[in-house]
Design a protein around this ligand. Sequence first.
Ligand SMILES: NC(=O)c1ccc[n+]([C@@H]2O[C@H](COP(=O)([O-])OP(=O)(O)OC[C@H]3O[C@@H](n4cnc5c(N)ncnc54)[C@H](O)[C@@H]3O)[C@@H](O)[C@H]2O)c1
Length: 345
Amino acid sequence: MGQDATPALRQQAQSAAPPVEAVAGQPRERSPQRVIVTGGAGFLGAWLCRQLLRDGCEVVAVDNFVTGSQSVVDELAAHPAFTFVQADITQALDVPGRVDQVMHLASPASPVHYAALPVETMLVGSVGTMNALDLAQAHGARFVLASTSEVYGDPLVHPQPETYWGNVNPVGPRSVYDESKRFAEALTMAYRTSRGVDTGIARIFNTYGPGMRADDGRMIPAFMTQALKGEPITVTGDGSQTRSLCFVSDTTEGLRALAASGHPGPVNLGGTQEVTVLELARTVCRLAGSTSSITFVDLPEDDPRVRRPDTSRAEELLGWRPRVGVEEGLRRTLDWFEDQLRSAA
Ligand SMILES: NC(=O)c1ccc[n+]([C@@H]2O[C@H](COP(=O)([O-])OP(=O)(O)OC[C@H]3O[C@@H](n4cnc5c(N)ncnc54)[C@H](O)[C@@H]3O)[C@@H](O)[C@H]2O)c1
């Protein structure tokens, strides 16, 4: 546990309720639980914490801010059921008191971040996952790993079912992320089979929504800030590569459904509406009412050509499917980026 972790744990923030009620999606009927969210100051982690707080859970978020945001913690800390621990999960972590679930989201996730933090990415996927699993084991808690569609690499099977083993370059520029998640999945299964930990693995596909960082190199923030500023929209390759986008509240609801199910997974969570990157750029431009032109730049090495989850397992086992359509989700995200740009100005 980090030096500052224990005092932080004991220091419950007291103040007015944050806007957790404004979180999208239907509240779930569940008994209140105490949940640890590693990576709780990140994009997905923040949405997950808000949903859990909205539904009456007590939340302990753990984050070292390597890519996360202090402003997220400041917002959530106003909720009396929220506690923040500033700690690096690659160091052993002890959380006093009852723990029902450990949701392990800590990891750099954007290509810009994991290229800048290659060793840290490998360590959080390996040692960090081990520490999070140890925490779950110590408390008899359910453990959920936020894995990724990147375990499929540049897939040769389309759409990708969970039974597909992937096509990953182990020494390419994306390997630190892809292989750390593949290791994390194997370690999670090892704790399940040899140590009896109640684990679940979610394979998350491209997720977007309000709260993404504008500068993390991901496609949606880049397209939106370019469109809103009237700058050329940079599409990689010829734009014919595909992605399947999922709005963030749908993804985090999927993580919670997996946590509640007791199923080991892996379970794909992702949007089923496959679009080309060029179509997406045009849609963002249209929704933003932008006059931006589209320019084409080199395709990054090992960039997947196609990306679409087979979500039948999530539908059958968890009763989960994405609810927010792509246009609606893009509009909501554009509104958020517009607000951000306005306040920055
Ligand atoms: N966003 C997506 O489209 C997507 C897709 C697939 C999988 N995922 C997975 O979901 C998780 C969250 O992704 P995100 O988009 O919110 O990324 P993010 O970068 O916004 O959040 C990750 C959080 O983890 C924290 N973190 C990283 N290393 C840490 C460490 N050693 N100790 C403590 N905290 C640490 C960061 O500071 C950050 O707050 C990641 O595990 C990612 O692999 C995300």
